[in-house]
Design a binder for this molecule. Structure first.
Ligand SMILES: NC(=O)c1ccc[n+]([C@@H]2O[C@H](COP(=O)([O-])OP(=O)(O)OC[C@H]3O[C@@H](n4cnc5c(N)ncnc54)[C@H](OP(=O)(O)O)[C@@H]3O)[C@@H](O)[C@H]2O)c1
Length: 257
């Protein structure tokens, strides 16, 4: 039975992905950020031998637990949100999101890639974001972290090809899904000392519009392609959803060139 490790699987898309895989032939290592989350998940899945829960804060040596498993499939889903204007955020805030979303994720990807190269098999799937393609005001630090991760994963894939390795790398680029992740980022910009205080009413209306009309309340479309990326044994690299958000994001990206 193949071993799959999924990070940041306590909530949102990662949690839904685990549920969608329960009937597949995998041993699922469901990893979560905190000890409390671990206790809750371990209790939930205590009678399911196909699921093992682990506490893996990707910013710590917990990462070693993943390496010890030598997974057949690694699904890097964990990420932190950070909203706020680039003028208002501290460098420490920006450092923290880069450390988590880029460095910690890539450290795991790099180490597990090396294990997979030795066996000449394995698959690494990374959740990035459409936000990594376009500059979104008040989400600049997050967009940049995902853009960096996208570039690292793209280059790693090219290098694996040069090695003629069977190790596959795939990327999931979701649009807006109502997991609470975006709301957290939206709210973080409303600070006492913000440069944008005069714009708060307008910004609040925009956030409400996005939450109400643009964010998908059901995760099926993205979970379906996350699962497809796991099951597909082909060269397809990028899985994006929903299409009606992908098209404007790609057009915006082209217009910025
Ligand atoms: N929702 C969207 O619209 C959207 C769009 C594009 C991409 N994405 C990406 O999809 C992925 C899942 O996000 P989501 O929307 O499902 O939100 P979510 O439920 O908040 O999932 C993110 C998970 O990562 C965990 N995490 C954060 N820091 C971590 C760390 N240091 N170590 C281990 N786990 C950590 C979080 O735990 P805590 O809650 O305890 O911090 C949380 O369980 C993320 O990579 C996100 O960037 C989401």
């Amino acid at each position: 039975m193949k071993k799959i490790v999924i990070t940041g699987a306590y909530s949102g898309l990662g949690y839904s992905l685990v549920k969608s895989l329960l009937n597949e032939d995998f041993k699922i290592y469901l990893t979560v950020h905190t000890q409390l989350q671990y206790q809750k998940m371990a209790e939930k899945y205590k009678d399911n031998p196909k699921v093992e829960c682990l506490k893996v804060d990707i910013n710590t040596s917990d990462k070693n637990k993943i390496y010890a498993l030598k997974p057949d499939i690694l699904f890097c889903n964990a990420a932190m949100p950070l909203g706020g204007s680039l003028l208002d955020l501290s460098i420490e805030n920006i450092q923290e999101i880069m450390d988590t979303n880029v460095i910690a994720n890539f450290e795991i990807i790099q180490e597990v890639s090396k294990q997979m190269i030795k066996r000449n098999q394995g698959k690494i799937i990374v959740t990035t974001s459409l936000a990594g393609l376009i500059p979104i005001p008040f989400m600049g630090a997050y967009c940049s972290s995902k853009a960096s991760l996208i570039k690292l994963v793209q280059v790693l894939r090219q290098e694996l090809k040069l090695l003629k390795s069977n190790v596959r790398v795939k990327m999931i680029e979701p649009g807006l899904y109502h997991t609470g992740f975006n709301q957290f980022m939206f709210d973080q910009k409303y600070t006492e000392k913000s440069y944008f205080k005069k714009e708060f009413d307008y910004l609040q209306k925009t956030d409400n519009f996005v939450s109400k009309y643009l964010e998908l309340k059901r995760f099926d479309s993205i979970v379906k392609v996350m699962k497809k990326a796991i099951l597909d044994d082909n060269e397809k690299f990028i899985y994006r959803k929903p299409l009606w958000q992908v098209i404007p994001a790609k057009i915006t990206q082209i217009m910025l060139d």
